[in-house]
Structures are given as structure tokens and as C-alpha cells.
Design a protein around this ligand. Structure first.
Ligand SMILES: [Ca+2]
Ligand SMILES: [Ca+2]
Length: 376
């Protein structure tokens, strides 16, 4: 369904829209906007996003929106009064980029203290969602899918204390570069502390699941699954996707990222790779299964690998350099390899739990309390 019909609007919103559309001198220093703004067209959505103020709640009526320009804002919320962008009630909202110009993103936020929840961004010509130099943003249960570059991106200096919770990002492919850039989640070209990724599913993207290229501060990733990345699903005869589940560095940055209780399977490249990052990357209780190259590739850095489980990867379980500290992993002496309860990944694609967390699955579980991801 394409949302084109106008719905009745509240008086406050009507006044806001009217005020914004009046030509001539603007009396107010900045246009006042109602605390709660209900939008039902792409034009209203663009205006509400642009003009938000601390405490604004933007509620989007159900339907599919096709903006013709990038939705963007530089309006800051505050820690105590964040700006919220979310569906109206339990309605289902899809923001579709197929009407955007070539090279455009769907949503560009250069702002602090937003909480964005329960929205799907699809078919972007380029990246879908990009948060630049953001602080204190929270992203709950966002889906990015089938776009022309990376799905969800944090970038820029002063990117601090952002939380990405329960992201689904899949099917991205940059055709012009034969798939070499489109990642599920890109935290690249920037810095900032306190950024947390939890509960993500990053799959079937042309390049990597997670990419932390040229990022100079530690990122924490937990309860995340990356699979099927870097496989040529587009019949591209010059396909160039890398296909790492977790690309944990690059461009000379030395940084101690942390990955806990996560999994990588069936990626074309490595399950987890330092990608030349010589920092003390910490990887604990993760599982790498059936990836095309190494389960864990940490050949030059000083990673700390604890209680990880690698099974059935093309190049081998682990490639670790002499500075790596390795303990309790199934390649370490005296550590047994527990059997998987299931190797059928079908449930990994299933519906999330009511609270938005990862779907229940026995896939790659072992029942072990000491090694490998618990897959939840
Ligand atoms: Ca690449
Ligand atoms: Ca990449």
C-alpha cells in the first residue's frame, strides 16, 4: 500500500504546517512544533524530522512511504528529552527509497539524542540509514534491507554512546562496485566511545556482516548473528564482496573492539577477522561455523580469544599470531568440541521474540555452559 491520502490532522500539527508554509518574514526564531506529531505522508514525515525539537515524538501512520529526497535532520534532542521517531501505535511502517535519486540515502541523521524504533527502510539507492557524529541515539528494532550500499551506518568523529538494538540488515548490494562495499552494519571512518550493538541479524549482504574499517575507538558487539554475507546472489560476473562475518578493523587503526556471545556462519570469507587491526580485540563465547575461510583470522594482532567454538570452516578453525592470547577455545589443548543440537539455520530467519530479541532457536546451540555462543 502506498500512503498518499491525507488523514485528518490535529489542530496543532495543522497550525505547524500552516506556519511553515507561509511565505515572507518568519516571526519565530525557530518554528514551534507540537510535542507529538502524527504524520501520514512522506512530505509530513520529512518536515517533522527536520523540525523536531527536544521531546518531539513523531508518530508515523502505517503504510509504505516513498520520499523523493533524503529524510534528514540536524535537530538535537537532549538526554532527558530525546526526539522519538516511531510508528503510530502498533502500525507497520515501511520507508521505501525507490523514489529517491541515484546515490541518495533514505535517512541521514546528524544529531544527538534520538530514539528511533520499529521502522523498516528498504530499496535505498545507496546507504539506507546513516548517523553521522551522533551521540546518545538509540535504534530499536530497525530493519534495513535490499539497498544499494550498506544498511545501517555510524560514521564520523564524536560518535558516542549510541545503542543499536535488534537491527535486521540484509540483502544489500552495491552493483556499481560489484558488491565490494555493501555491509549489513558499517561503523566506519570515525571514532567515539560507548557504542553498543546488540541483538543484530546481519545476513546475505554482498560485502561484510559487520565492518569496523577505519574506526579508532572500541565498539562492543553482543548477541549478534552474521551469516551468508559475501556470496554472489546477484549473478555478478565480477563479484567483489569480501564476505567476512565480523570485520573488526582496518586502515591501520589499533583498537580493542569487543565481541561477546555472537555467531558467524556460512559467510564467504572469515567468520571473525582482525583485518590487520593489531589491537587487543576481545572475542568471547562466539561460534564460527561453515564459513568459507577461517573461523577466526587474527594473524598479526594481540587479540584475546576466550571460549570460542569453531567448526567446519573452509581454511580451518583459527589463524592466530604469536601475540594472541587464546584460552578455553576448542582449538586449545584439552578443550573438547561439543556437538551442535541443530545445524539447520531456518529458524534464524524467523520472527523475533515479542520483546524484539533474537528468535528462539536450537541452531548451533550445544548446551555447553563454557564454550560457544548461546544463540540468544
Ligand atoms: Ca569490501
Ligand atoms: Ca565491508
Amino acid at each position: 500500500m502506498s500512503r498518499t491520502a491525507a488523514r485528518p490532522r490535529g489542530t496543532l500539527l495543522a497550525l505547524t504546517v500552516l506556519a511553515a508554509s507561509v511565505a515572507g518574514p518568519v516571526v519565530l526564531a525557530s518554528p514551534a512544533q507540537a510535542a507529538t506529531v502524527v504524520v501520514s505522508t512522506a512530505t509530513e514525515l520529512a518536515s517533522a524530522v527536520k523540525n523536531a525539537a527536544p521531546g518531539t515524538v513523531i508518530q508515523v501512520r502505517g503504510g509504505t512511504y516513498r520520499p523523493t529526497a533524503t529524510l534528514q535532520s540536524t535537530a538535537n534532542g537532549t538526554a532527558s528529552a530525546p526526539i522519538r521517531l516511531e510508528p503510530y501505535g502498533s502500525e507497520s511502517v515501511v520507508i521505501d527509497g525507490s523514489g529517491l535519486p541515484a546515490g541518495a540515502w533514505i535517512f541521514k541523521l546528524t544529531a544527538d539524542y534520538w530514539t528511533v524504533s520499529n521502522l523498516t527502510f528498504q530499496n535505498s539507492p545507496d546507504s539506507a540509514v546513516v548517523c553521522t557524529s551522533c551521540t546518545g541515539t538509540v535504534w530499536n528494532r530497525i530493519t534495513t534491507r535490499n539497498g544499494g550500499d550498506s544498511g545501517f551506518t555510524l560514521t564520523g568523529a564524536d560518535t558516542n554512546n549510541n545503542t543499536v538494538r535488534n537491527l535486521d540488515s540484509y540483502g544489500h548490494y552495491d552493483a556499481a562496485n560489484h558488491g565490494e562495499n555493501a555491509d549489513g552494519l558499517a561503523i566506519k571512518f570515525g571514532s567515539g566511545s560507548g557504542n553498543l550493538i546488540t541483538g543484530a541479524r546481519l545476513f546475505d549482504n554482498s560485502d561484510d556482516g559487520v565492518d569496523l574499517w577505519s574506526w579508532s575507538s572500541p565498539v562492543t558487539i553482543e548477541h549478534t548473528w552474521a551469516w551468508g554475507n559475501g556470496r554472489n546472489r546477484w549473478s555478478d560476473s565480477a563479484f567483489a564482496g569480501d564476505g567476512n562475518g565480523y570485520k573488526l578493523g582496518g586502515d591501520g587503526e589499533v583498537v580493542a573492539h569487543v565481541v561477546n556471545n555472537s555467531a558467524a556462519w556460512s559467510n564467504a570469507g572469515n567468520g571473525f577477522t582482525e583485518n590487520s587491526n593489531k589491537g587487543a580485540i576481545v572475542i568471547n563465547r562466539t561460534t564460527a561455523y561453515a564459513n568459507g575461510k577461517w573461523g577466526y583470522y587474527l594473524a598479526t594482532g594481540a587479540a584475546r580469544l576466550g571460549r570460542n567454538l569453531a567448526v567446519g570452516n573452509g581454511s580451518g578453525l583459527v589463524n592466530k599470531g604469536s601475540s594472541v592470547v587464546s584460552s578455553g577455545n576448542n582449538w586449545d589443548s584439552g578443550i573438547a568440541t561439543p556437538a551442535f543440537v541443530s545445524t539447520n539455520p531456518a529458524t534464524a530467519y524467523g520472527a523475533r521474540k515479542a520483546d524484539g530479541s533474537l528468535p528462539a532457536t536450537t541452531f548451533l546451540t550445544t548446551g555447553s555452559t563454557t564454550i560457544g555462543s548461546t544463540m540468544n
